[in-house]
Every structure is written in structure tokens, then in C-alpha cells.
Design a protein around this ligand. Structure first.
Ligand code: AMP
Length: 107
């Protein structure tokens, strides 16, 4: 059993409310939402945090950002939203599997 909760969600060994997935990324609702709409997008490959990004992750990170906007708009955040990537201990990161938060309100 993996010790990474997001790897377990990706492996479907623990449940999550999945919004989108393909072979490289997974989007799912945050279990403790801090806004009306709050979802996370994560790469399926285990990258601990932004601190460990390398040049070969460029396309993957671009894909995550484009999907963040596409899903935000499709979920009703048409007037805007916040994107947050908590990074490392000093960045307030709690789950050490890189993920992008998307938070907003349908108004
Ligand atoms: P952070 O690492 O600080 O960027 O935040 C991790 C986020 O993951 C928090 O907002 C948690 O509510 C969320 N989270 C933790 N466990 C789960 C889970 N099993 N399913 C969905 N979201 C989760």
C-alpha cells in the first residue's frame, strides 16, 4: 500500500470524487473544500512538489494549467477563480504529491 494519499486516489484504492482523468493527470474535488468549488489537479506520476520539477515536466505542467482553466469554466467559475500550489514545508504543503488547487464561486 502506498503511503501517498494521492497515489492511492490515482490507483483507486481510496475513493475520490473524480472530475477528469487521462493517462497523465487526475482532477478531483478537495475533501475539505475552502470555496463553493474547490478541486485539485495532480499528475499521475509521483512528483513530490514544485521544488522537484525538472525541464521534462514542462509539457505536463502546461497541460495541468490548461485543464485547470477548462474545468473551472465548465464547473461555473466563469468570472474567475484562484489557483494555488502550496510548495514544501514553508509553502504550507500537506500532501507531498504535487497538486494544483482551483477555488472559486459561481457568481
Ligand atoms: P496542500 O498539500 O496544503 O496543498 O493541501 C492538500 C489538500 O488535499 C487539502 O486541501 C486537503 O483537504 C486535500 N485532501 C487531503 N486528502 C484528500 C482526499 N483523500 N481526497 C480529497 N482531497 C484531499
Amino acid at each position: 500500500m502506498s503511503e501517498c494519499v494521492f497515489c492511492e486516489i490515482i490507483a483507486k484504492t481510496i475513493p475520490a470524487k473524480i472530475i477528469f482523468e487521462d493517462d497523465e493527470i487526475l482532477a478531483f474535488y478537495d475533501a475539505t473544500p475552502k470555496a463553493e468549488v474547490h478541486f485539485l489537479i495532480t499528475p499521475k506520476t509521483h512528483i513530490e512538489s514544485m521544488l522537484l520539477l525538472q525541464s521534462n515536466h514542462q509539457e505536463l505542467m502546461g497541460k495541468i494549467m490548461l485543464k485547470a482553466n477548462e474545468l473551472a469554466v465548465s464547473l461555473g467559475l466563469k468570472s474567475g477563480y484562484k489557483v494555488q500550489i502550496n510548495t514544501g514545508i514553508n509553502g504550507g504543503q500537506e500532501v507531498f504529491h504535487l497538486h494544483v488547487h482551483v477555488l472559486g464561486y459561481k457568481r
